[in-house]
Design a binder for this molecule. Sequence first.
Ligand SMILES: C[S@@+](CC[C@H](N)C(=O)[O-])C[C@H]1O[C@@H](n2cnc3c(N)ncnc32)[C@H](O)[C@@H]1O
Length: 265
Amino acid sequence: MVSALDDESEGGKRTIELGPGTGAITSRLWQRYPEMIGIEIDQRAMRVLSRTVPGATVIRSDVLMVNYTKLAELRGGPLSIVSNLPFHVASQALFTLADHADGVRSAHVILQQEVAQRLVAKPNSKKYGIPSVVFQLYADPKILFHLPPTAYFPRPNVMTSYVKLDFEAAAERRRALDVDPRDLRNLTNTVFRYRRKMMQNSLARILSCHTTLIDQLPEEYAKLRPEQIEPWEFVHLTQLVFGKKEFPKHFKRAWRGEFGRTVRD
Ligand SMILES: C[S@@+](CC[C@H](N)C(=O)[O-])C[C@H]1O[C@@H](n2cnc3c(N)ncnc32)[C@H](O)[C@@H]1O
């Protein structure tokens, strides 16, 4: 896991571990990147960590609340993230990173295999959904390898995967999106909520109160279901419905939050 990371910042000062716990990964990571930072919410784990890896810098915080854009500025460039968070926090953490995409170079994360497969799923498959669209546009996700339950103690009931999200490789594409990410989120969330419906039906609610009218939805999209639409076509659809908008330069939370709920700035 550690060798997959190739952070070249001085002393590894841009290496950030999310949820170091009692230090199983941190002890190895810190040997290679002594200037790394851990972000941990549990004070008891931090106490243990101060004994197992006494030299490591650990901040007590919720990984979902961190401003990674600011942290990247403070550390002199985009961050290399390593994470083995509990499964219920892990995908929320990825959406948080998407909101700070320009402040992140790469993220190496352990995820439930099921979640990992959703990130890389292609259209026309059951696993294709919002995470596939978002992360294939934002970060070039790749499953590096799978980990069996025997790799852990205690053993989990599920298979896990080690995934790399390459935010740096996708930077140019992301900046050329020409949509406000909040509009993209609104559109993808709406249509995937009605997965079995054709776009002309699922988009009716958005379009009825917008300048683009439902009967102006191009024929090539109108009869399709969301799982048949490529990630870049979601961008095109967002441009059609909401108009082209500059990608916000300033920090705006667009992706963090539970699907379907409004996230305010
Ligand atoms: C499964 S343990 C992994 C520990 C270690 N990274 C490892 O691989 O052995 C997950 C860690 O994430 C921490 N954690 C959970 N939710 C968090 C959050 N929202 N912010 C920061 N840390 C969190 C937990 O306290 C725990 O120490």
